[in-house]
Design a protein. Structure first.
Length: 204
């Protein structure tokens, strides 16, 4: 699938591809902000390869040196389509998984949402294996800065669906780079939710 081929294209040219943020583009597409890290020549070659990847509609690169932002509009990935009717929050995205099987870690409101996602994946022809299901384990170990950023993210609707603020605008609001903010949010989420639904995709 296109989403795995993006990682393949980056790896072939010695580049690391990381997802920063995503949002629906329209009913059939997704816009995904990536960061590419590596040597300039490899990044240019990887971007050229990504533009030629099946399912990629458009790829717009930003300015940078050994780290370059890349906005990609692509056909909506199968795991995104599977969540259309379920309220879930992704903690680890298969777009970030360079290995097989890809790992997908998310929070669901209830067991029926998890079942619905898995049924949708099955209809799409993707086999899944549940590695673990656990209740949320709140943790009081957030740093002061994490608490401040999480409070700002919540109050501005970052965790709502659809989001009222995107990662780039939130990063401007809190005064950190999007990539740094993404790591801060992920770290805070990991501390708050030590265990959540984890479903590796056997064929993805």
């Amino acid at each position: 699938m296109a989403e795995n081929k993006l990682q393949d294209a980056a790896r072939r040219h010695g580049v690391t591809l990381s997802k920063v943020d995503c949002k629906p583009f329209n009913s059939t597409g997704m816009s995904v902000l990536f960061e590419l890290r590596g040597e300039a020549k490899g990044i240019r070659a990887a971007i050229a390869a990504i533009r030629q990847t099946d399912g990629v509609r458009q790829a717009i690169e930003g300015e940078g040196g050994d780290t370059v932002p890349l906005l990609v509009v692509l056909d909506r990935p199968v795991f995104c389509r599977a969540t259309n009717e379920s309220a879930i929050i992704c903690l680890e995205c298969p777009l970030d998984s360079a290995n097989q099987p890809a790992s997908w870690r998310f929070i669901a409101r209830r067991t029926s949402d998890l079942r619905q996602v898995l049924r949708s994946m099955e209809r799409e022809g993707v086999r899944t294996r549940i590695e673990g299901v656990a209740p949320l384990q709140p943790s009081p170990t957030l740093t002061g800065r994490q608490k401040e950023i999480m409070a700002t993210a919540v109050s501005n609707g970052y965790f709502e669906f659809p989001r009222r603020i995107n990662l780039t605008d939130l990063s401007t609001l809190v005064g950190v780079k999007p990539s740094t903010l993404s790591e801060i949010l992920r770290g805070a989420e990991r501390r708050i939710m030590d265990n959540a639904f984890r479903a590796p995709l056997d064929e993805y």
